[in-house]
Design a protein around this ligand. Sequence first.
Ligand SMILES: Cc1cc2nc3c(=O)[nH]c(=O)nc-3n(C[C@H](O)[C@H](O)[C@H](O)COP(=O)(O)OP(=O)(O)OC[C@H]3O[C@@H](n4cnc5c(N)ncnc54)[C@H](O)[C@@H]3O)c2cc1C
Length: 424
Amino acid sequence: MSAEPASPVVVDVVIVGGGMVGASLALCLAPLPITVAVIEAVPPASGANTSFDTRTTALANGSRNILQTLGVWDAISREATPIHKIHVSERGRFGSAVIDATQQGIAAMGYVVHNHVLGRALWQRLEREPSITVLTPASVTAMRTEASCVELNVEHGGVTRTVQARLVVAADGADSLVRRAAGIKAEQWSYEQTAVITTVSPERLHQNIAYERFTDSGPIAMLPMAGARMGVVYTLQPAAAVEVMELDDGAFLKTLQAAFGWRLGRLSQVSARHAYPLALTRAAAQVAARVAVVGNASQGLHPIAGQGFNLGLRDVITLAEVIADALIAEDAVDVGNAALLDRYGAWRASDRRTLVGFTDGLVRLFGSPWQPVRALRGVGLLLFDLSPTAKTALSRLSLGFASHMPRLARGVPLPTRRTPHAHT
Ligand SMILES: Cc1cc2nc3c(=O)[nH]c(=O)nc-3n(C[C@H](O)[C@H](O)[C@H](O)COP(=O)(O)OP(=O)(O)OC[C@H]3O[C@@H](n4cnc5c(N)ncnc54)[C@H](O)[C@@H]3O)c2cc1C
């Protein structure tokens, strides 16, 4: 049976993808005098949405500030675990380094949050916003760009609907349909690594320390969580990951213990395991005619430095600020105009380039089996441990590399109407 056409939805901005990044953008745009629609294929409350799955996310301080300004941090903070120290080491080598929030003069290096907690907080808030139209479960299947708008075909409730907008935001993840339909090319390559995600109970209290341990098979991250648990991101070559996934719980704990060591005492009580093949995705551009690309649709990163969502959130607040400024500067502005989009692309370029390069470089540095590189890594960690300047530089990573931080990251809400001091 073919789907029936239904009444079109006409808005200023349509966000395709209501995952972590798309939902955050919708909240940024909610106070502005524009109409916004979010189209999400898998309802977040269903428990089946992959953006809000069983993983945990390490939120940088900059992201915490943004979520606070958006009014969702209170709901998240109750279930967030602060990271007071980060301990970095390499298996079988002498060097290690500790970055301590107190020494950096900050309350925490970041916060560990369950993805489903983030999803619940963002979507509960989103569903209370009267200016936002939510279509879910609804999938975009095709896109046409006209001179003054973009038209999307959306499968929603057994019918095909048309959604028309001045601006389409691609927040539909690494395999973005919108990015492809807009003609934006993307490089995508596999790291030939798989992240096995789970949680364990360590014998010793984690004392809010996050561990990053580099091993021959790949990095292991152990993140402190509530209930004296640790979130595990165990990176392995794909064939080894298949083997590890098939082990029973006892054998898995033994393997993990051998790779991570005994710094936290005996590891026990492993929860369900999930495997994520790791790849880099980098879109050739963040804008095209009437299209802006954000989050994983723009850049999908290796989780080695836990920066993917943090970077995506900075895409979002920059785009929202550029739109807010255009609305303040001009009556009846077309929010999909090329000058506005170019401003967004130019503002994001440096932060994005630096962070994608940093993350990719880290994977290569610690993935290299070459003996001189391995020796240098050990020396590097020792020197790093002695250098306050290097530690301060790394702890600033969480604020991004844009020369000028958007308002929402500075705790300043977006302006919604003209005032003599509109340009904060
Ligand atoms: C193992 C692992 C650990 C990580 N840890 C961290 C961390 O500690 N810190 C951090 O900052 N980042 C981390 N990341 C990265 C982070 O998870 C991603 O950056 C983030 O999920 C990107 O969100 P997104 O909304 O851009 O994309 P996605 O999460 O992929 O969401 C895309 C959404 O679009 C929807 N969609 C797709 N196609 C359509 C369509 N045609 N129509 C309608 N809807 C559609 C999907 O259903 C989905 O909800 C980690 C990633 C991995 C793999």
